[in-house]
Design a binder for this molecule. Sequence first.
Ligand code: URP
Ligand code: ZN
Ligand code: ZN
Ligand code: ZN
Length: 486
Amino acid sequence: MTTVIKGGTVVTADRSYKADVLVENEKIIEIGENLTGDETLDASDAYVIPGGIDPHTHLEMPFMGTTAAETFASGTYAAAAGGTTMLVDFCLPGEDGSLKNAIEAWDRKSKDQICVDISYHMAITGWNETIFDEMKWVVDRGVNTFKHFMAYKGALMVQDDEMFASFKRCAELGAMPLVHAENGDVVAELQQKYLAEGVTGPEGHAYSRPPEVEGEAANRAIMIADAAGVPLYIVHVSCEQAHEAIRRARQKGMRVYGEPLVQHLTLDESEYFDKDWDYAARRVMSPPFRSKLHQDGLWNGLIAGSLQVVATDHCAFSTEQKRFGLNDFTQIPNGTGGLEDRLSVLWSRGVETGRLTPEEFVAVTSTNIAKILNCYPRKGAVAVGADADLVVWDPKASKTIQAATQKSIIDYNVFEGFEVNGLPRYTLSRGEVVWSAGSNVSPKPGRGKFIPRPAFPAPNQALSKWKALTAPRRIDRDPLNIPSGV
Ligand code: URP
Ligand code: ZN
Ligand code: ZN
Ligand code: ZN
């Protein structure tokens, strides 16, 4: 059984060209002109792009005394409806602190539910010998990225010595550390200050997490990674201070990657000043949305290449859950959604406005992510032999984003009312149509696969190698040239 995607313009991170794409047994088997197949999907007046990869989601994650309400089933269905065919979710160790048990728990939760493919990042929330040992098991199991929270004091936050130890272990294992960069000590103090002043509403969340706390932590993590001789990936970069740290590091030859979220690119801090408590609380996430100046900087970073990927950090709580913090903003579960709308919002606000080319759009939503996370070209490519994770992207299709019609099970949408142009006509996951506009295709939960991402190969470990070659060394001296001391 073969499927041909016919009459479209293939857009990759490098170039755009007219071609048909032929798919068989989950893979792309041919790209060229006048191809035929058993089944035909019409791509006329549309682009054929690699399926979106969201490198940052938290489905069903226990957090802040509750559990993120978006399930693996609803989240991956929403992803497919929006043109995303793979997501990378964060495994969080439970009470026992075991990384191995965390992966097994995530497997149990996701296995029968996922409609598209997934992969994991592993969170490091403490440090001991078991964690050191289990990190190797995790890498062998196909998880090559470890996340460190520099915020959430008293919960997930790690100290600098723990982070340094873990970064060195990552270097040894050919893995890459990720950081949530915010100074958790300063945030905790600012939270108390604003609460004491009577600022209990969602605006207090934004006030207590100013750009400086993010910039400081980003700089610190970059320097610690450099000392450990390992690349670094900074998640949800929201402000100029953190972006500046990344630019500076990259100019000095450090391998640092930056991930802005589509929310930070399009929503600003005024959201927290809304008179409607629910409206503002639904937008509480860390780091908070920033001013327009920061936003412009993030867009410029995507163009300049100092920021490489766009994610969502989809960590969606219901309005009822947000109300846990009615009298105290520090108790509002942190997180927003975006999985379903990332591509259409980025296309509308990025490509349609001329800020991004279609090729850059493909790079930041798919190809760069696959390369940075080491699953390219199986994912992120329109190439013979790649998984047929493809989207027939209709730049003329439009809609108004509404919670009422979304696939996500959350009762609101932070992009409510956004008019978007650019939507998937078809989404294919390993060759199977899992979304078709205007029809009732709904993918079978459990059809998605876990995609292992092996340790980075030697060329990607160049930084560690350079560090080893230039490391401080003992100087051997001729004993005759050492004063005897008597
Ligand atoms: O507010 C956020 N970002 N919630 C999800 C957890 C995290 O920090 O990534
Ligand atoms: Zn985070
Ligand atoms: Zn500290
Ligand atoms: Zn996150």
